[in-house]
Write a protein that binds this ligand. Structure first.
Ligand code: SF4
Ligand code: SF4
Length: 155
């Protein structure tokens, strides 16, 4: 299920040039209504539920309705991020059941903002436009990357 913004909790990231959810969404789905100063997901069908916006939102204004096997109908999952870890809270529809909380470290051995996105891949930033995809051939366990066809072979 796609992400959605709880309008009452969203402060529009206090009118920064780009909101946190706009910055992080890999599909460029989040937009800010500048009159109302509220963000929203403009194309829910394109959301792949990566939870990036959920994790980065400073006001916990974004939710993704989780799958029924761990978030039954009416339950919610929210994330509270610190520099060290993310605390996930699952609140069940039956509010008499205590919420369940899980805490996971954000990065292991690397401080906030210090991650080198492609540092540990065999290909680097300079190779991103080449025919070799990131982490190939090591990731695919092949000797060579893909071959780029320049002509249609005769049959
Ligand atoms: S990151 Fe959160 S607070 Fe900021 S604009 Fe998006 S939904 Fe609103
Ligand atoms: S869950 Fe991921 S793909 Fe969906 S809106 Fe949030 S950041 Fe974008």
């Amino acid at each position: 299920m796609p992400s959605f913004v709880i309008a009452e909790k969203c402060d529009g990231c206090k009118a920064l040039d780009k909101t946190a959810c706009q910055h992080i969404c890999p599909n460029d789905l989040m937009v800010l209504d500048k009159e109302k100063m509220k963000a929203y997901n403009r194309e829910p069908a394109m959301c792949w539920e990566c939870y990036n916006c959920v994790k980065i939102c400073p006001t916990q204004a974004i939710e993704v309705r989780g799958y029924a096997d761990f978030v039954p109908l009416g339950a919610t999952v929210t994330a509270m991020r610190s520099t060290e870890d993310i605390m996930w809270t699952v609140q069940f529809r039956n509010k008499e059941i205590k919420p369940k909380r899980f805490k996971f470290p954000i990065r292991r051995g690397v401080g906030e903002g210090q991650v080198k996105a492609f540092g540990h891949y065999p290909t680097g930033d300079g190779n991103l436009k080449s025919a070799t995809l990131m982490c190939e051939p090591a990731g695919l366990n092949t000797e060579k990357g893909p071959v780029k066809f320049t002509a249609v072979p005769k049959l």
